[in-house]
Structure formats: C-alpha cells, structure tokens
Design a protein around this ligand. Structure first.
Ligand code: FPP
Length: 239
C-alpha cells in the first residue's frame, strides 16, 4: 500500500491547466484531442493529490472568457465533461473523491447540468479523501460581482448589517467552494492569473511551469509540492 505524505500545511491546490491547444498543434492533432489528453492528466494528478494528503484540488476547466472560442471547440469540451463524468465517476466514488462544479454552470445547458448534479450526488460523502472542484464558466471578477450583489441585497432587505460583512461572509457568498488557496500551479509557460480565484489566491504560492498541460506529470506535481514545502510562508509577519 502506498504511504501517504504528511503535507500538513498544503491543503488547497488550484491549477490553471493551460497548453492543451498548443500541445495538440505541436503533435499535429485536433484541439479536442489536446483537451482529451488534458482530462487524462487530471486523473493522474487526482491520484497523486490523494497520496499527498491534499484536501482540495481546484481546476480551471472553462473560464467565462472561453465562450469566445469556436463553437466546435466549446461543443467538444461540453462532450468531454459529460464523457469524463460517465467514465470516471464510479472510480472517483470508490476512491472517495468528492466532486463539485462551480461557476455559471447553467450556461452549459440542461444535459451538462444534469450530469454535473449526478456526479456531485454520486460522489458526495462525509469521509472524503479529496475534494475535486471543477470551475466551469467561471471568472473571478464575475464571482466578486455576483457576491457583491448578493450581499448588497441582504443589506438592502435588512437581513444583514454592514458591520457583519466579514471574510467568512465573502467566502459563503462566493461560488468557489474553497477559501484560501495554498498553491496555484499554471502550466503552459504564461505568467498570468487569467481571472482564476482572484480573492482566494491572496496568499497562494504561485508556480508557473514551462510545459503544456498534457505534458505535466505526477513527478512535476510532486516537485511543485516539494518546492512548496521549502517556502517560508510568513503571511506578513516577522519570523
Ligand atoms: C487550456 O488549454 C485548457 C482549457 C481551456 C480546457 C481544459 C479542459 C479540460 C482539460 C477538460 C476538463 C474537464 C474535466 C471534467 C476534468 P488551451 O486550450 O487554452 O491551450 P492553449 O493555450 O495552448 O490554446
């Protein structure tokens, strides 16, 4: 049996899985095949996250801005989400991986919404080994906008005092299921955040990896975890 690592201080990991398209082009494949390979990599990183004793893995599968892509690519990603759920939910359930989709998931239409609900209810458990959060039609700015409107309405309706608005209120009003990201990994070579979890990465360690997502391996992931362990996280304090 594999021995679990004790990553007491690494709880919440987020990943921007960039580079599927460029990897596909480099290998003379269709873009959809790049995304398909990308899903296989997600599976491997999920396995490793369980072994690393990580509490949550939050992945950026589709951003609010990705709607500007060609319709054919959007349809391929929709199909991929449905296929991934069909193929992987039984095994994820067995491994006690709790799935959660967040963002404007309603934009994906009834068929995908139904699948998402099925995946979430099938994998729901109290004694989970890993929370796998999938951002779909998600944007950090849009989330902040939505939560400001939600909280303002509560104040306007006199259900909430302005002085009671605190960090926990922001967290519970955000669609993101995780509050503080410890480690954010971005593959693909670019050094930007692309509107992902803007509030939640306030104190995250950020690692930019110069490899396309379909080339990212368990070893690369373990190296990120090991590098995280070497960082002194001071959170503004003098230590
Ligand atoms: C970034 O590569 C990747 C995406 C926008 C989509 C990733 C989606 C998946 C891997 C599907 C995940 C689904 C589940 C259910 C796990 P890119 O196309 O932006 O790459 P490029 O920058 O090279 O064009």
């Amino acid at each position: 049996m594999a021995i679990k690592n004790q990553n007491a201080n690494l709880k919440n990991v987020a990943i921007i899985m960039d580079g599927n398209g460029r990897w596909a082009r480099k290998n003379s494949l269709k873009i959809s095949q790049g995304h398909k390979k990308g899903v296989q990599i997600v599976r491997e990183i999920v396995e490793e996250s369980i072994l690393q004793n990580i509490d949550s893995l939050t992945i950026y599968a589709f951003s609010s801005e990705n709607w500007q892509r060609p319709k054919s690519e959007i349809n391929a990603i929709k199909k991929l989400v449905v296929d991934a759920i069909n193929d992987q939910v039984p095994e994820l359930k067995e491994q006690k991986v709790k799935l959660k989709f967040f963002g404007h998931t309603e934009d994906f239409g009834e068929k995908v919404i139904k699948k998402i609900k099925y995946a979430e209810s099938e994998t729901f458990c109290e004694d989970y080994k890993l929370n796998l959060n999938v951002a779909l039609s998600y944007g950090g700015k849009q989330d902040i906008l939505d939560l400001v409107k939600k909280i303002s309405k509560e104040v306007f309706d006199k259900k909430l005092n302005i002085d009671d608005i605190d960090e926990s209120k922001i967290h519970e009003s955000s669609c993101a299921p995780v509050n503080e990201i410890d480690l954010l990994i971005r593959t693909g070579g670019d050094k930007r955040i692309s509107n992902f979890l803007l509030y939640q990465i306030a104190y995250a360690e950020i690692m930019f990896i110069d490899k396309f997502w379909p080339e990212f391996s368990k070893e690369d992931f373990k190296e990120c975890v090991s590098n995280f362990q070497k960082v002194s996280r001071r959170f503004g304090k003098r230590v």
